[in-house]
Design a protein around this ligand. Structure first.
Ligand SMILES: Nc1ncnc2c1ncn2[C@@H]1O[C@H](COP(=O)(O)OP(=O)(O)OP(=O)(O)O)[C@@H](O)[C@H]1O
Length: 329
């Protein structure tokens, strides 16, 4: 069996005024994989990352990182982790190279070894050409890469990335995804990534865990989780808002139609064969004079997985989170 880079068991953490940020959080991350922790604002992702990086203590439960206990062996853990938080950490008036050198020095690297390793990470993150530029003058995507270079210069076994692409342009995000995949491959590093973007987790993660109110509601590879939702996703958009009760009434008794949810003008349901369900569903809605604007049938996405386990759509919450917590590029 693969060695586990991170083992989290039953973590509980409460903040003042009764906020239970973690409520029995448990998951494992095999070495050399990229693990995505997905959840809306306030789900407890940052709290988990802070505990796993020894910056905060859980009330109870246990966490091992690279085989070391985050409380009893905090120094050992700190030596083996890199943390790229939501805020940029590079000194804006220092050059890209100076920032990475400084970080390496803080972890005890010196002389030729430090210089060689700095050049290596700059090259790995496509920063060699801007090594002499002040970090403050770099674009948003480059600044993120500088942060990551700083996070890995000391060759950590585990790298935490807390929403690394929030606020970045889509094409820059995709570029960063390929940088991260290369890091896992070249450095054998384990990455724990928190994200608001489902497609990011889908594209990058070997395994994901969906976190909701401080607990993991499901975990597995994106493919497995999607396959578990058998059938197709059926979405209908109406001309005007509809009541869930009226729609349920109209569709009552339709064979195989499942997980019916109504959100304003949208109806979401699962059907064993989407294409076959469309005419029947449209006929029933037509009988009730519910005017339909559009219909779509698709394979399950991670958003459907999220909906199936939490009863809510991820996208709406994530949009709110991204704009609330985003940084400009
Ligand atoms: N220092 C604190 N004091 C009090 N409550 C806190 C503190 N930090 C976090 N919380 C609360 O704990 C819960 C979990 O927060 P956390 O930041 O871990 O969630 P998150 O999933 O990382 O959200 P985000 O995506 O916004 O960072 C939230 O209800 C939050 O308001």
């Amino acid at each position: 069996m693969a060695e586990m880079a991170i083992q989290v068991r039953d973590l509980v953490k409460s903040y003042p005024r009764g906020v239970r940020a973690l409520d029995g959080l448990s998951f494992v991350v095999p070495e050399g994989t990229l693990f995505g922790l997905l959840g809306p604002n306030g789900a407890g992702k940052s709290t988990a990352v802070r505990i796993l990086s020894t910056l905060a203590r859980a009330d109870s439960g246990q966490a091992l990182v690279a085989g070391y206990d985050v409380v009893r062996q905090a120094t050992e853990v700190r030596r083996r982790i890199g943390l790229v938080g939501q805020r940029l950490s590079a000194v804006p008036t220092a050059t890209v190279r100076e920032n990475v050198l400084l970080q390496g020095r803080m972890f005890g690297l010196k002389g030729r070894a430090l210089a060689t390793r700095t050049d290596e990470v700059l090259s790995m993150l496509a920063l060699s050409d801007v090594a002499g530029r002040q970090a403050g003058f770099c674009s948003g995507g480059m600044k993120r890469r500088v942060d990551i270079a700083m996070g890995i210069v000391h060759r950590p076994r585990v790298l935490y990335l807390d929403e690394p692409t929030t606020g970045l342009d889509p094409d820059i995000r995709v570029q960063l995804w390929s940088d991260l995949t290369a890091l896992v491959r070249q450095e054998g590093i384990t990455i724990l990534l928190t994200t608001h973007y489902l497609e990011e987790a889908d594209a990058l993660a070997n395994d994901i865990a969906i976190i909701d109110s401080g607990r993991i509601v499901t975990t597995g590879s994106p493919e497995t989780l999607k396959q578990k939702l058998r059938g197709d996703t059926l979405q209908v958009e109406f001309e005007s808002d509809q009541s869930e009760e009226a729609i349920r009434g109209a569709l009552a008794g339709l064979d195989g139609l499942d997980e019916i949810r109504v959100d304003g003008r949208r109806l979401h349901a699962r059907a064993p064969i989407g294409g076959a369900a469309v005419p029947v569903v449209l006929a029933r809605l037509g009988q009730e004079a519910m005017a339909v604007r559009s219909v779509s049938v698709s394979q399950p996405t991670l958003d459907d997985v999220y909906l199936a386990y939490t009863g809510r759509r991820f996208a709406t919450q994530a949009d709110a989170g991204a704009s609330a917590g985003g940084q400009s590029s």
